[in-house]
Design a binder for this molecule. Structure first.
Ligand SMILES: [Fe+2]
Length: 311
């Protein structure tokens, strides 16, 4: 809606400038014709625009006011032309931007939704079969992400199709298939070197998903689901709204589920404690607006928290 208003304003600016330039140009031509007539009537004119009557050289008729008027019109014409050119450039820039964002939000879909569902399901099952700790995790993350999404306002929803978020949630950890088993299933804490390998999974997963043309546009959610609002996440240390919306939603859903799940290196916490921790990390780890939506969803019971292992 806002971009439509901006486009209309730009178009109106261009039209007004065009009309104003044309009118001014006509006025200028008319003005030139008047001066020419005066020159025909009078026999001599000096360069400053001071015109003398031949019959009575004692009588000086100053038409020097014509000169500043003339330059004012030229200047006005010039300003109008510059504003018009800027308007055209602005309109072109908006068109390009809209085209890029449309290509980001719309898949070059060639597969049916059913076909995509099957591909996505087989991919995330591959991770769950490899890592018992993530069993059920991907489905819960997708479910929490959608519950958060449903609390967002319409303008945000227009930027992100609901089904794209669902696919990104189901595939966010797909890159874990490339992590060696002895690291992925290690009992106890990881060494710094092992942790560096684990940190590659968002990049690996996004690169994998980009190979599927109909899913390539959701790879941003996968690549950036471990970024933090304060810029201290990984892999690219993006900050604030530099992080794609999909990544910001998945970060909250993923962390919430990770906290209520038992992992090899720590015990699960209660849903209430995890909820409070997410709220505490608003503005630092998470986008405050997404945390607000998470809060609404939790308070309405829309998250339908299932204890991992209860499925
Ligand atoms: Fe992850």
């Amino acid at each position: 809606m806002f971009s439509k208003i901006k486009a209309r304003l730009l178009l109106m600016t261009i039209l007004v400038c065009l009309l104003s330039t044309l009118l001014n140009f006509c006025f200028l031509l008319n003005h030139e014709a008047q001066i020419e007539n005066a020159r025909d009537m009078w026999l001599s004119a000096d360069t400053s625009g001071t015109i003398w009557l031949e019959s009575d050289r004692q009588q000086e008729i100053h038409v020097s006011h014509h000169a500043p008027l003339h330059w004012m019109h030229c200047l006005y014409c010039g300003i109008n032309l510059i504003v018009m050119v800027l308007g055209i450039c602005g309109a072109f820039w908006m068109y390009r931007r809209q085209k890029v964002s449309r290509s980001e939000t719309q898949p070059a879909a060639t597969l049916s939704e059913n076909g995509l569902d099957q591909i996505v399901r087989s991919l995330y099952l591959a991770v769950e079969m490899k890592d018992s700790y993530t069993a059920g995790h991907t489905e819960r993350v997708a479910q929490y992400a959608l519950a958060i999404y449903d609390q967002m306002d319409e303008s945000q929803k227009r930027m992100l199709p609901r089904n794209d978020l669902r696919y990104a949630g189901l595939l966010h950890d797909i890159g874990k298939v490339a992590i060696p088993d002895h690291i992925l299933q290690k009992e106890g804490k990881l060494t710094p070197e092992e942790y560096e390998i684990v940190k590659l999974h968002p990049t690996t997963g996004a690169d994998m998903v980009e190979q599927i043309e109909s899913l390539a546009h959701i790879s941003r959610g996968i690549r950036y689901h471990h970024e933090r609002w304060d810029g201290r996440g990984y892999p690219h240390q993006l900050k604030g709204e530099e992080i794609p919306l999909m990544g910001r939603i998945l970060a909250v859903a993923d962390t919430f589920d990770a906290m209520i799940s038992t992992r090899s290196y720590r015990q699960a916490v209660s849903a209430q404690a995890a909820y409070k921790e997410v709220l505490r990390c608003s503005h630092t780890q998470f986008d405050p607006q997404i945390v607000e939506c998470f809060k609404k969803a939790y308070e309405k019971g829309a998250l339908q928290v299932k204890k991992p292992g209860s499925e």
